[in-house]
Design a protein around this ligand. Structure first.
Ligand code: PLP
Length: 397
């Protein structure tokens, strides 16, 4: 059996999205900035897709900026807020310790420029509260940036409450909603979101395309300099085929989010229940405040990399957390942020499901993980120390 269980890293493109792209490669291939007919047709299509994306997000077309993906949208949102804040003498930025590196590394860069970045602690259930945000906001806070849903452990943050706090205190609020859009109901207005990042390849659209939503009136700073595309805020010939694929995938992914959750949640919970049976293991993050398809476990006495390789042999594509940290020996910053000690943070497994997963496949996933964990533990001197009591267990049996 072959199971792709790494949908938080990227998803398979939908046929609808692929088909939506083709006309903009084969026929309407003009440059939207050109004045002749094929260029103007491309321009019309571009603006049509912008309006359709705005309709899905519940905003105005002019509040949509097409970017090269989630990373660029995160960079631009944060740098823009920092530049605006700086002009008013505001150089304090609030975020969390378990953001995506697109956010954390941008903040690091700003810190070197003299910004004060405050990373809120994440509770052991993988959630940050609005109360923490309220307490951290100061007179000189330029921005609060907190992710909607975490990409490694799948926990969903109380974004509505956090947005309300920021609006009340008059502080700009950005959310990296890359894992949330197309998976849970996001409402920009209800949640008082000023800026939002999304990425098409996380909801069955193409890679290399995303959106930065910026509420009108918010000043954006260019990350990419050049031509006057995207109202002068993002240079570069618009990737119309990818934009077409993204918008169609966005419409499809948000058409029936209730149905998506109803179908996937019981399968996710069956997977959690199955993995819970493995001794000395624990689910990472809250059981309920979580994406319908993302599950992350820590197993004592296991090396994440070996777990992944042996699962691959069984036809299971999974990850130890983030696609960005695999290959590095550092434990996940997300697992450390929720308080997992180093030795168990190394033994993590993320399984992220797509809506077409079957019960039979869930059974196979549980069975495969159980077998591999047992096999690896039997070979591990570290595990022997735990069994013989030389080393204390971290988790209960
Ligand atoms: C994937 C991801 C990103 C990066 O998006 P790209 O389009 O791959 O640049 C940013 N934030 C989160 C939470 C993600 O999961």
């Amino acid at each position: 059996m072959n199971i792709y269980a790494d949908n938080a890293a990227t998803t398979k493109m939908s046929e609808n999205a692929i088909n939506a792209m083709l006309p903009y490669m084969r026929e309407v291939y003009g440059n939207p900035s050109s004045l002749y007919e094929i260029g103007q047709k491309a321009k019309e299509a571009l603006e049509e897709f912008r309006s359709r994306a705005a309709a899905v997000l519940g905003c105005e077309a002019r509040e949509i900026y097409f970017t090269s993906g989630g990373s660029e949208a995160d960079n631009q949102a944060i740098v823009s807020a920092a530049r605006s804040g700086e002009k008013k003498g505001k150089k304090h930025i609030i975020s969390t310790a378990f953001e995506h590196h697109a956010v954390l590394h941008t903040l690091k860069k700003l810190e070197k420029e003299g910004f004060e970045v405050e990373l809120l602690d994440v509770h052991s259930n993988g959630v940050v509260t609005a109360d923490q945000v309220a307490k951290a906001i100061r007179e000189d806070t330029a921005l609060v940036t907190i992710m909607y849903a975490n990409n490694e452990i799948g926990t969903v943050q109380p974004i509505s409450e956090i947005g309300a706090v920021c609006r009340e205190k008059g502080v700009l609020f950005h959310t990296d909603a890359v894992q949330a859009i197309g998976h849970v109901a996001v409402d920009i207005k209800r949640d008082n979101i000023d800026m939002l990042s999304l990425s098409a390849h996380k909801f069955h659209g193409p890679k290399g395309i995303g959106i930065l939503y910026a509420r009108k009136g918010i000043f954006l700073t260019n990350i990419i300099e050049g031509g006057a595309q995207e109202r002068g805020k993002r240079a570069g010939t618009e990737n119309l085929p990818a934009i077409a694929g993204m918008v169609v995938a966005l419409e499809d992914a948000t058409a029936d989010l209730d149905g998506y959750a109803k179908k996937l949640t019981p399968l996710r919970d069956k997977l959690i229940a199955g993995l819970d049976e493995i001794p000395y293991s624990e689910l990472n993050g809250d059981r309920d405040a979580r994406l319908p398809g993302t599950v992350n476990f820590c197993f004592e006495g296991i090396e994440g990399e070996s777990l992944l390789l042996l699962l691959d042999d069984k036809g299971v594509s999974a990850s130890s957390g983030s696609a960005c940290t695999s290959g590095s020996l550092d434990p996940s910053h997300v697992l450390l942020a929720i308080g997992r000690p180093h030795e168990v943070a190394h033994g993590s497994l993320r399984l992220s499901l797509s809506e077409d997963v079957t019960e039979e496949e869930i059974d196979y996933l549980v069975k495969s993980v159980k077998e591999v964990v047992e096999y690896l533990r039997n070979m591990s001197p570290f595990w022997r120390d735990l069994v013989t009591g030389k080393r204390p267990h971290v988790f209960a049996e």
